[in-house]
Design a binder for this molecule. Structure first.
Ligand code: UD1
Ligand code: CA
Length: 473
């Protein structure tokens, strides 16, 4: 329906109060840059095109947008100097494609607004043939800082006045304010913006002055009462934290509605997917492109970053999984560390204090206690004993360890890579394996044990006497 509507999103401002080298709109909430959300809202509302007005830090903003969105629909326009919202809108209009009939304008730093919030403003313009502008309005007890909506005796909107330009106590008492979502026909908007003058307290081109322009032309400006709680912008780190919290709460709600159990204190970023009947316990953190399969349990304190967790997996407390796969019904943790490019097979077990890096465990393989498995392959059903180390690094290069199907690696073994242990082979406890072990062979390499009968009490007596002699001196 909004195919011929272009959304112009204002995002050129510096965001001085963030005190940051990062452009304000690239600061993240719930794992995505602030700007992601308004762009997505415009696309979800069905806008045929989105033009983001960039300025401060524009290279970084542009590269984020081109990596994250379809360049045919999401474009950027440059505002060279930040001379106000009206000037920003002018810069945006210059990039809008020729056949766009209608323009929706809103800000890049209000991440909580949704497709419905912006679509409602566009719809209002459609409904009223006399209206030149439709705009959202909010009413709250303390609108300090926002532009106020000035209405005439008949209740028609006639102007927007910025906080610093308020003229009287009566104006200061107005509780209706401008959340900055506007929709207008392109032709009208071009004319209105060309008329703007920087005659205000800040010496800026105010986009809000298009309202008074419309009224002067004998046109109507219609208000759309909107939800105030989603219109908050981010200006400083405290607001960033507040909106991060609000967005995370929204995400948790969405998963709960879809049939996921999420305990208090879990943090789930926007891009995460979770299957039905999964349980996410307190203080678990799920980031990036993490996926959790149906019925999986992510227990207390787990940290998952771009993790692909299969159905029915149990991730026990305090496990860390990064850029790795854990397949159906596997068990991991407590206190396991799966570093990038690890792949834990179906029904495999990785236990406490086991670290994996770039290592694949096939179905049913086990490494249950205290091990480092780096650059390795562990065959189906193989068992890697406690304390086993894949010695993968010689100080210069990384080498691969391969363990065949059903092999058994005794505790406290070192496998010095590159090395291959054949299917069904058996490595005796405490062996340092430096040569390949054929299938079905036993490898054992440790000092032979000797037992001296009755020697323990003689040894103890001798040591005791030595100690007493030393004390007498
Ligand atoms: C603006 C409105 C105010 C409204 C408020 C809602 C004006 C004059 N005032 O005020 O009525 O209540 O938003 O939050 O429009 N920007 C640019 N280029 C510029 C200046 C700003 O791209 O030269 C962008 C900013 O990056 C930001 C948005 O426009 O995303 C709003 O700018 P900001 O300075 O925050 O406007 P406010 O003073 O808050
Ligand atoms: Ca603002």
């Amino acid at each position: 329906m909004l195919e011929k509507t272009t959304a112009v999103i204002l995002a050129a401002g510096q965001g001085t109060r963030m005190k940051s080298s990062l452009p304000k709109v690239l600061h993240a909430i719930a794992g995505r840059p602030l700007l992601h959300y308004p762009v997505r809202a415009a696309l979800e509302a069905g806008c045929g095109e989105v033009v983001v007005v960039v300025g401060h830090g524009r290279d970084r903003v542009e590269s984020y947008l081109s990596a994250g969105f379809d360049a045919n629909r999401v474009k950027t326009a440059v505002q060279k100097e930040q001379r106000g919202t009206g000037d920003a809108a002018r810069a945006g209009l210059e990039t809008v494609r020729g056949d766009a009939e209608r323009i929706l304008i809103f800000c890049g730093d209000t991440p909580l607004l949704t497709a419905d919030d912006v679509a409602a403003v566009a719809k209002k313009l459609d409904e009223d043939p006399n209206a030149a502008i439709a705009m959202a309005t909010c009413t709250t007890d303390d609108p300090f800082g926002y532009g106020r909506i000035i209405r005439d005796a008949g209740g028609q909107i006639v102007a927007i006045r910025e906080q610093r330009d308020l003229k009287s106590d009566a104006e200061r008492a107005i509780k209706e304010w401008n959340p900055a979502i506007y929709c207008a026909d392109r032709r009208f908007l071009e004319e209105a913006i060309a008329s703007l003058q920087p005659n205000n307290a800040q010496g800026e081109y105010y986009l809000t002055d298009i309202v008074a322009f419309a009224v002067k032309q004998g046109r109507r400006v219609v208000g759309v009462p909107s939800r105030a709680d989603v219109m908050d912008g981010v200006n400083d780190r405290a607001q960033l934290a507040a909106l991060d919290r609000a967005m995370c709460e929204r995400i948790v709600k969405r998963h709960r509605v879809a049939g996921v159990t999420i305990r208090d204190g879990a943090r789930i970023e926007d891009s995460v997917e979770i299957g039905q009947d999964a349980v996410i316990e307190s203080f678990a953190v799920l980031r990036g492109r993490t996926k959790v399969g149906a019925g999986a349990i992510v227990d207390v304190g787990c940290v998952l970053t771009n993790a692909d967790v299969g159905e029915g997996v149990a991730l026990k407390p305090y496990s860390v999984v990064t850029d790795s796969v854990v397949r159906a019904r596997a068990q991991v943790g407590p206190f396991s560390h799966l570093r990038p490019e690890s792949d834990v097979g179906e029904e495999a077990h990785v236990g406490n204090f086991v670290e994996l890096k770039k290592t694949r465990l096939d179905k049913g393989a086990k490494a249950n206690h205290l091990a480092y498995l780096g650059d390795g392959f562990v065959g189906e059903g193989a068992n890697v004993g406690a304390g086993t180390i894949f010695c993968n690094y010689d100080g210069f290069s990384k080498h691969v360890t391969r363990i065949g199907k059903g092999a058994f690696i005794g505790s406290d073994s070192q496998l010095v890579a590159p090395v291959t242990i054949g299917d069904g082979a058996y490595v005796g406890t405490g062996t340092t394996v430096t040569k390949d072990v054929p299938a079905d062979a036993l490898a054992i390499g440790r000092a032979k044990q000797e037992n001296k009968e009755g020697y323990a009490s003689r040894l103890k007596a001798r040591l005791k006497a030595q100690k007493e002699a030393a004390q007498k001196k």
